[in-house]
Design a protein around this ligand. Sequence first.
Ligand SMILES: [Zn+2]
Length: 266
Amino acid sequence: MRFKSLSELKRPKPYEIFLANLPQNIVMSQYAKTKTFKINELILTIHGDSFEWYGYTLGTKDSPELIIDIGLPKNDQNLLDYTIIGSKGIAEFQESLPGYTLINGWIHSHGALQYKHFSNTDEKNNLTVLDFISTRTRKPIAKREIIIQDLVFLLKDRFTEKDLGKGSATLITDGPITEARIMETVFGSFCYSIVIGDEGWHKQKIYFQEKGVLSGQTSVNSKEVDLIFADTGKTLTQSDIQVLAKEVEEKIQPNTDPPPEMIERM
Ligand SMILES: [Zn+2]
């Protein structure tokens, strides 16, 4: 008996064509940047101390990849490693937004703390936000072949139930064929994640999800990227700051009684 060489035994690589890219960096408007760090400043002036807080990064349906604004939900607990985002909270916030606005990620501040990276809780939140917004930011990014071993061809109206029992998948056609290639659309979606601090530092990642529409094959990965600031012509005015100050007062509350598990984690 003659053995095939290893290269012959290898599974053929699925044929794939590229359709579109997902964002490779995070682009944020100057307005959103100014607003972000203004929130830190306002917390300090209004509450007299620095707190951690979180918000959502916002884009539009026409331009889902650009962060044009920051949305501030009511923060329950403003503590490092304690903010746990749930899909219910994200859904409620999405519903409160105008129809053309889209959540494309989340942002949070570690305040004055020298904890300049994502915590384990942050990583869990990243996946929760990705899961929620993936259907909204998704687009076809590739067509990928599904390799089916033992594909059976049958002719419409000319097969029995027994014929259907054969093979791993069946293709029923209206004419005789001997070869077919099945290509599925791969949807890709993304979610931005940004962590900042009072001193003006920031770290950011993009989370990606890919899902084959037929196979259901899903993969999630993330990478650290650059944050690029873009001038969209919009600036944060004095009246914008007044509105923001009111929001900070109402939505971000000091927590003077940190839960014990938080102390343990630090
Ligand atoms: Zn954090």
